[in-house]
Design a protein around this ligand. Structure first.
Ligand code: GLY
Length: 438
């Protein structure tokens, strides 16, 4: 099976590796030549992933049987529709179904009209004075979100990036003036987690839960990034997520797939629910219509089922199973100094791949070229995999020493202390939790 993978980050390096492991003949198109993917492919095309026609021309040149879309931006441009019209099935939702991520107002209204569990109070405004009076009447702290894709950087929360609801109103006003619309939601307190599933439009198959560390610096400080690392536990849950919470979150994703099918835009691909575990249970913060980055690197190395078979099942509407090894994982990303605000670029780094392999860690490349020159975003990830979290974290930590250059990383990703901080947040909200089983 000849498969074209679209995208060149750490997430795509993990997808490409899983496809090759399953016997695929891999081709890649991305903005830069990812050094990890370059060694796995039979052909590499350089193009902006949102230039759908150019990506299609590479697919036709390589004669691929199928495409696998990594990032959200080409999904927003309707890459799956274009490929299907050209007779090439693609893993990922079509443009309409991708609105679950690319149009946040659509996603909230969709949840509301279909009574999807895990909803929260929200309003979409195009009028400044209506927005201001709603926020005043609402009284409780809010979250302000741009409607479209922001790369995780435009969402602002009262108590974090915004001091109070007055600052929230000012920011929402700016967004109305800039974009014509804004989404204002109730703030939900708790701890966030990632729930990714495969779906062929009918069947929904879960992957192990993961937890992302979006802040740039340790102790969850600093600006929001694409994610500085993530961990998962051997039982597929997280130390603060009970089986009951898991079932409720799974219900949200299953109800979403059923409802979008009923509405006539069946969803095929990977659906990622970003949940906040609140005092009352899981609340959906947002949908993503692709694998998480870094979370793909937690789950894909554990995948026992062939990713090629899963991809075929997704596009044929015949998805059967996805089984995962019961191990803990810790992903730590190395990013250029100054990322995400003012990252170092154009500087070379050193990677001792042999020494990293000796630690037992996996290595995935991201925003870095084949000369190991930094391109400005998250550059390299190491992944520790073991029976328990402590061992997995130790493996990732020992691997990271073998990467040298103008980089930084979060030492606290997956450490006992940082996990216990999250457990304490849930206990403060009145949750009774067993000692950390991860
Ligand atoms: N790690 C967050 C995301 O992939 O959107």
């Amino acid at each position: 099976m000849r498969i074209l993978l679209v995208g060149g980050g750490g997430r795509e390096n993990a997808i490409g590796e899983a496809l090759v492991r399953a016997g695929a003949e891999l081709y890649v198109v991305s903005k830069h030549r990812n050094p990890g993917l370059a060694r796995l492919t039979k052909g590499y095309g350089i193009a902006n992933e949102t230039d759908v026609e150019k990506v299609l021309s590479y697919a036709e040149k390589f004669g691929v049987d199928m495409a696998f879309i990594g990032p959200e931006a080409p999904l927003e441009r309707g890459i799956v529709d274009t490929f299907e019209e050209a007779g090439i099935p693609a893993v990922g939702p079509n443009r309409e179904a991708a609105k679950l991520e690319t149009d946040k107002a659509f996603a909230r209204a969709f949840m509301q009209r279909n009574e999807i569990p895990g909803r929260k109070a929200f309003r979409v405004f195009d009028d400044v004075s209506e927005m201001r009076s709603w926020v005043d009447d609402f009284g409780k702290p809010v979250v302000v979100k741009p409607i479209g894709l922001t790369g995780g950087k435009g969402v602002k929360v009262v108590g974090h990036q915004l001091r109070d609801n007055n600052e929230a109103k000012a920011y929402a006003e700016d967004l109305i003036r800039r974009d014509g619309k804004v989404l204002v939601e109730e703030r939900t307190d708790g701890v966030e987690f990632t729930f990714q599933v495969f779906t062929d439009g009918k069947r929904v198959i879960p992957m192990p839960l993961a937890q992302d560390y979006p802040h740039a610096y340790e102790n969850d400080e600093g600006p929001i990034t694409g994610g500085m690392g993530s961990y998962s536990c051997s039982n597929g849950l997280l130390p603060f997520v009970t089986k009951d919470d898991y079932e409720k979150a799974f219900e949200t994703l299953k109800a979403t797939v059923a409802a979008i099918k009923k509405e006539g835009a069946p969803y095929k691909g990977i659906l990622y629910g970003q949940f906040m575990l609140s005092k009352e249970g899981p609340v959906l913060i947002e949908y993503n219509v692709r694998f998480g980055d870094p979370e793909a690197m937690n789950v894909l190395p554990l995948l026992r089922t062939s990713l090629v078979e899963i991809a075929e099942g997704i596009v044929d509407g015949n998805l059967r199973k996805a089984e995962f090894e019961g191990k803990a994982t810790v992903v730590k990303y190395l990013a250029p100094r100054g990322y995400p605000v003012n990252p170092v670029r154009g500087v070379k780094i050193e990677v001792d791949e042999k020494a990293i392999a000796e630690t037992g860690a996996r290595l995935y490349y991201a925003s870095i070229d084949e000369n190991l020159t930094l391109l400005g975003s998250r550059a390299i990830a190491v992944v520790g995999i073991a029976e328990n979290l402590e061992e997995a974290e130790g493996i990732a930590r020992s691997a990271i020493k073998h990467v040298r250059g103008e980089l930084f990383y979060r030492r606290d990703v997956g450490t006992r202390e940082s996990v216990e901080r999250r457990i304490r947040v849930m206990r403060k909200l009145g949750r009774k939790l067993e000692p950390n089983p991860c």
